[in-house]
Design a protein around this ligand. Structure first.
Ligand SMILES: Cc1ncc(COP(=O)(O)O)c(C=O)c1O
Length: 385
């Protein structure tokens, strides 16, 4: 099996991730910090080391403002629902994943907020000038995806972040696709709320993720419960990270996430990025002159994550995906990838695209095989239109 669905979740993980989780789960997995005994305190230390590793990775000064969540969706909900109040205006884009659009749309439907949605360029980039034009006196939040999960396009965070700071707006980034692949520094890029997931390019297990919350933002907790500290308090403590971390964390997963972040640091984020971009560049050049294929997104790998969305003229992407799986042993994702707005912008709605997303463990040979398979499918009599 050739796995090319790393934008959905990275697979396989580095062996140290499996090893760290297995050892911890078998030998030391007491509930962290909830009791005074040594095993529990050791588990708490592991969690705090994960928090520190992630805070450093994202350039956050205050480790305690990095909150663990279940995934990026959880972090984005925590940010949006904990921040916005009646009358607020939000600027977002047509490139967003449902993790951003759905919570915003539901608040809009309830009449709580208003939204302006910024169009991307035909290749999938957002212009800071277009964001600026959408600012109104009621604007509170700019919420954008860093790397599109359909086109791979990476947005200019620093320029948009500086604009947000100048206008005293809160800047929320959906880094589900970029954390671990693109350098992120919350201070330099003026990010107030950074939502990330653990199971994609950070190589952690599912059920891990986080939200960095800058000192400029105070969120209402949307999940309240036990924290293991300040237990006499009838309501959620004010102190971070406990304010936003009710309930037992996925501590086994977090140990795996720490091993994943350390793997990224050891390999070097730029090396990982170059490897992925090289593979996508290769695939792009195998297919770009073949008129049977429609390739989406920019023609170069500059500011692009290792994702290529495509269609074969006259074929449903779901059909191509099934043939790749059943006849060639190649796993890719087909459909809308939870980002219908992007497909409306690029003309691939409602059928969506076939999305090929490489990972650190893919090789040139994997790409050669998927290119060959796609050409064979494109020339078969299965093509109907
Ligand atoms: C751009 C983007 N945002 C958010 C998410 C949601 O991530 P998770 O499912 O880990 O919550 C994804 C997942 O594919 C994504 O690609």
């Amino acid at each position: 099996m050739i796995y090319l669905d790393n934008a959905a979740t990275s697979f396989p993980k580095p062996s140290e991730v499996y090893r760290a989780m297995d050892e911890f789960f078998r030998e030391r997995a007491a509930n962290p910090g909830r009791a005074g005994y040594r095993l529990s305190m050791e588990a708490e230390r592991e969690i705090e080391m994960t928090r520190k590793a992630l805070a450093e990775f994202f350039g956050a000064r205050d480790t305690q403002r990095l909150v663990f969540t279940l995934n990026a969706t959880d972090a984005i909900n925590m940010a949006i629902k904990g921040l916005l109040k009646p009358g607020d205006h939000v600027i977002t884009t047509y490139l967003e994943h449902n993790a951003v659009t759905r919570p915003l749309n539901s608040l809009e439907k309830q009449g709580v907020i208003t939204i302006s949605r910024v169009r991307p360029s035909p290749q999938g980039f957002i212009g800071p000038g277009d964001i600026e034009k959408a600012v109104t006196p009621k604007t509170r939040l700019i919420a954008i995806v860093h790397a599109s999960n359909v086109l791979g396009t990476v947005q200019p965070l620093r320029a948009i972040g500086q604009l947000a700071r100048e206008r005293d707006l809160i800047f929320l980034i959906d880094a589900a696709q970029s954390a671990g692949l693109w350098p992120i520094n919350v201070e330099e890029q003026c990010i107030d709320l950074l939502a990330f997931t653990g199971h994609k390019a950070l190589f952690g297990p599912p059920g891990t993720g986080g939200l960095y919350v800058s000192e400029r933002v105070e969120l209402r907790p949307w999940r309240e419960g036990g924290t293991g500290v300040d237990s006499q308090n009838p309501v959620q403590p004010k102190e971070m990270p406990y304010r936003l971390e009710g309930g037992t964390p996925n501590f086994v997963g977090l140990v795996g996430l720490k091993a994943g972040v350390e793997f990224v640091s050891r390999m070097g984020i730029h090396n990982i990025q170059r490897h992925g971009q090289g593979l996508i560049h290769h695939l792009f050049h195998c297919l770009e002159d073949d008129k049977r294929f429609i390739l989406y997104g920019p023609p170069s790998t500059e500011n692009r994550s290792p994702i290529l969305s495509l269609n074969i003229n006259g074929m449903e992407p779901q059909v191509v995906g099934t043939i790749l799986d059943e006849s060639f042993g190649i796993a890719v994702r087909s459909g809308l990838h939870c980002a219908p707005g992007t497909h409306r912008e690029t003309g691939s709605f409602p059928q969506g695209t076939l999305r090929i997303s490489t990972g650190f463990f893919n090789t040139e040979d994997d790409i050669a095989q998927v290119a060959l398979a796609l050409k064979e499918i494109a020339s078969s009599e299965r093509v109907t239109a």
